[in-house]
Design a protein around this ligand. Structure first.
Ligand code: GAL
Length: 760
């Protein structure tokens, strides 16, 4: 008993010591922040008096605290930094200022001097950049962590310090919104960086491999330790890899390690755990390996793409036959309406059809191994986008750093990777091609025509080059004076811009509310939202081109209820997507209320795809969605009949991503000409079943597991409104699974899916 008491006391003492040590090593910056939406360089100064500023929390964006604001804002906090902080620390040479996640851009000042900008430390006496073109927004979801030498004159030891943060929020939620904000002394592990997302897994023969990086960001400390890598099959939990790597990193050294994992027919969960001699902390990361479901494309000819295509009478017609198979391929089209002709070598059909009507065209693709035939229904009438648009958009990959070459590279990649042979058509430039709003250069010619910036020297020739590949060309603008990126918008120049778009050969316009919000009283009032969209629609209709019209106003005022009425072929139903499961889940699984408004010519748009290398800037990373999450993404979007716009660097396509985007049976669900959006028909704990009616009378369903563990699920046909006996096909595997009688058991990986086609 005595022994027990002594040891208990001992444990208690250690525990207490650990807590004290931790608190004395850190000063929490949670409470005491002041805030203003004004902007003045003087706010950085320690002498500025901020008493009249409002109090603000730093664990949620300012909108969630009742502040409706985009643009500049400032945060300030006063804090004493005691020298005991360094005296008690083991590593005494630098101090960390951890500022949490900041949406979008930050300049962080200490006692009037800049210490960090968007994740980077800045040397003493650096003047803040007031060239607002460099207000990068792509760091919004990253924790800002700056460090200064303990001897840095910017720190006042044992005295009051003022931290001031200038934030710029482009749109949507803004401000310091999450994370552990503190001032503290580093542990050795703070200098150790385990980077497991600097490349993606490549599947080759029987292995899945990738390179990870271990980096020492300190100048002087040696980091010695062990990295253990454990991979387990995601469905049966069996170990497939158990490996330990020793490392010894000198100051500023980095090493690469190749991780090779035996290939499975589902993901393996890979856990990386590093420990460093001299630190008690473990550094953990995990990811999941990709697996391929879609069988390889056959060498024999196969015609893909939607079975129906629409253009308006008399407008330039451009249709590229989508066919896979060995090259060379010979193409033909019988029954083309008058005015059209086909290039038999490329399968590109061009011309213009004067008479409205429905034409059945027999398409043929032939190579040395065989021939495929397919009927294409060409509808010459008022409606465009008879199936959801499929293409590429520059935003999720390049953000405002898009340029002519990057766009053309995407077009070439559509052809070279074979994506175009599966029906991918549009190459769309998003924001960033216009003249920057705050620059001194003229935004328009004397005649009022929009100028392009130096990154797009010749829009017309870019359009011509894209068209010569049989692909279509899209662009972006805003009804406001400025776009979301701060570039010139179309306000009061709608007709001028529609004319320019037409001259450049534009086939698709994304029209983004952004700057227009400044002149609105209520951003959710359809009466205020409709007029600017109607205005541009009228201007587009006057052009001698068909221009698919994409409305982007984030779902405000229930756009699905009136998007078609204002001429929209598609409309965004939500705010922006990004490559995180929570965001994907939030957007994808909430597309319910709008379902009945979806249909040929007018589509709900839950935003673009976040697979492949993305980054919203030149700083790219492989999608942070796991392979199962990516299967869920494509499955759900296809069931929703959503527009499919790839948003990644197509010159960096790995085989998993390409496979994900080229399953013709999955694409056919998205492109089904009935255009019915799936709805949820069953929820059972973490499992959701979504069902979509198809034009041939069958159904496509997705069984989704939103939970964090693999789930067994018995699908009872009766519970999803289907007859007792039904033929089932696994769409991703393109394989029949036979008849289901009453019900069947399935095992669905966490965040993953099973997509079936069910027919009587
Ligand atoms: C956002 C829009 C994004 C992208 C961006 C460009 O408002 O939702 O998709 O277009 O603007 O600045």
């Amino acid at each position: 008993m005595k022994l027990f008491r002594i040891s208990f006391l001992f444990i208690f003492l250690i525990f207490e010591f650990a807590i004290n040590a931790q608190t004395s090593n850190k000063i929490a910056l949670v409470k005491g922040w002041k805030f203003t939406t004004e902007n003045d360089a003087g706010f950085a100064s320690p002498d500025f008096n901020d008493v009249r500023w409002q109090n603000i929390a730093v664990d949620k964006p300012w909108e969630k605290q009742g502040i409706k604001h985009d643009g500049f804002a400032w945060y300030r906090i006063r804090v004493i930094i005691p020298s005991s902080l360094k005296d008690n620390a083991e590593l005494k040479d630098s101090v960390i200022f951890n500022m949490g996640k900041i949406d979008d851009f930050d300049q962080t000042f200490l006692n009037g001097s800049l210490i960090g900008v968007n994740l980077s430390n800045v040397p003493a006496n650096t003047e803040p950049d007031t060239n607002y073109k460099n207000l990068d927004y792509s760091y919004w979801n990253n924790n800002r962590r700056y460090s200064l030498s303990v001897n840095d004159p910017r720190i006042k030891w044992d005295a009051e310090n003022v931290i001031a943060v200038r934030v710029y929020d482009w749109n949507g939620l803004g401000g310091i919104f999450s994370g552990d904000l503190y001032i503290g002394m580093p542990d050795l592990s703070d200098y150790f960086h385990l980077e497991n997302n600097v490349s993606n897994y490549i599947i080759k023969n029987n292995t899945v491999s990738k390179t990870i990086k271990l980096r020492n960001s300190s100048h002087n400390y040696e980091l010695k330790g062990k990295l253990s890598v454990v991979a387990k099959n995601k469905l049966n939990q069996k170990h497939v890899l158990d490996k330990v790597f020793k490392f010894d990193l000198n100051g500023k050294e980095e090493i690469k390690i190749d991780i090779l994992i035996p290939r499975q027919d589902q993901s393996s969960v890979v856990n990386f755990t590093a420990s460093i001699i001299g630190s008690n902390l473990f550094i953990n990361r995990h990811d999941e390996t990709p697996y391929i479901l879609t069988p390889p494309v056959a060498e024999t000819p196969k015609l893909n793409g939607a079975p129906v295509y629409g253009e308006r009478p008399g407008k330039p017609f451009l249709y590229r036959m989508a066919a896979t198979g060995k090259r060379p391929m010979k193409y033909s089209a019988k029954g083309l309406p008058d005015g059209l002709e086909i290039d038999g070598k490329t399968g590109i059909i061009t011309g213009a059809v004067e008479s409205a009507g429905t034409y059945k065209v027999a398409l043929t693709a032939e190579n040395s191994l065989g021939k495929d035939e397919k009927t294409l229904t060409v509808k010459i009438g008022a409606a465009l986008a008879l199936t959801p648009p499929m293409g590429w958009n520059s935003w999720n990959v390049w953000g405002l750093e898009v340029d002519h070459n990057k766009v053309y590279a995407a077009a070439e990649a559509f052809v070279n990777t074979g994506l175009a042979d599966h029906g991918w058509t549009f190459i769309n430039i998003d924001d960033g091609w216009e003249i920057f709003g705050k620059s001194d250069s003229p935004k328009r010619t004397a005649e009022g025509k929009m100028l392009t910036n130096e990154k797009f020297p010749d829009m017309k020739s870019l359009g011509d080059k894209i068209h010569s590949l049989g692909l279509k060309f899209g662009i972006y603008s805003s009804p406001g004076d400025l776009t979301c990126g701060g570039y010139a918008g179309s306000l009061n120049h709608e007709e001028d811009d529609a004319e320019s778009f037409s001259e450049w050969g534009i086939d698709y316009l994304k029209y983004d509310l952004c700057g227009y919000r400044n002149i609105m009283k209520d951003q959710n009032d359809p009466a205020e939202l409709k007029p600017p969209y109607i205005k541009m629609h009228k201007a587009l209709l006057k052009q001698n081109r068909d221009i698919v019209y994409s409305i982007c106003e984030y779902g405000n005022g229930k756009v699905w209820e009136w998007g078609e009425e204002v001429g929209g072929n598609l409309w965004r139903t939500t705010g922006d997507i990004w490559d995180e499961w929570e965001r994907l889940k939030q957007i994808g699984f909430s597309q319910v209320e709008n379902a009945k408004y979806n249909g040929p010519g007018h589509w709900n748009d839950p935003d673009m795809l976040v697979v492949g290398w993305v980054g919203w800037s030149s700083n790219l990373h492989p999608s942070r969605l796991t392979p199962d999450e990516q299967y869920t993404h494509i499955t759900l979007w296809s069931l929703l009949s959503a527009p499919l716009l790839i948003g990644c660097d197509l010159t960096k396509l790995d085989n998993f991503t390409l496979n994900l985007l080229t399953n013709d049976e999955v694409i056919a669900i998205d492109q089904d000409p009935l255009g019915k959006q799936a709805t949820p028909v069953l929820t059972d704990g973490d499992i959701q079943v979504w069902k979509k009616e198809l034009s041939d009378g069958s159904y496509a369903i997705g069984i989704f597991n939103l939970g964090n563990n693999t789930k067994n699920f018995t699908l009872y046909l009766e519970n999803i409104g289907l007859p007792d006996s039904i033929k089932a096909r696994n769409i991703w595997k393109q394989k029949d699974i036979g008849f289901i009688y009453k019900g069947k058991d399935f095992r669905i990986p966490s965040h993953g899916t099973l997509m079936l086609k069910l027919s009587e």
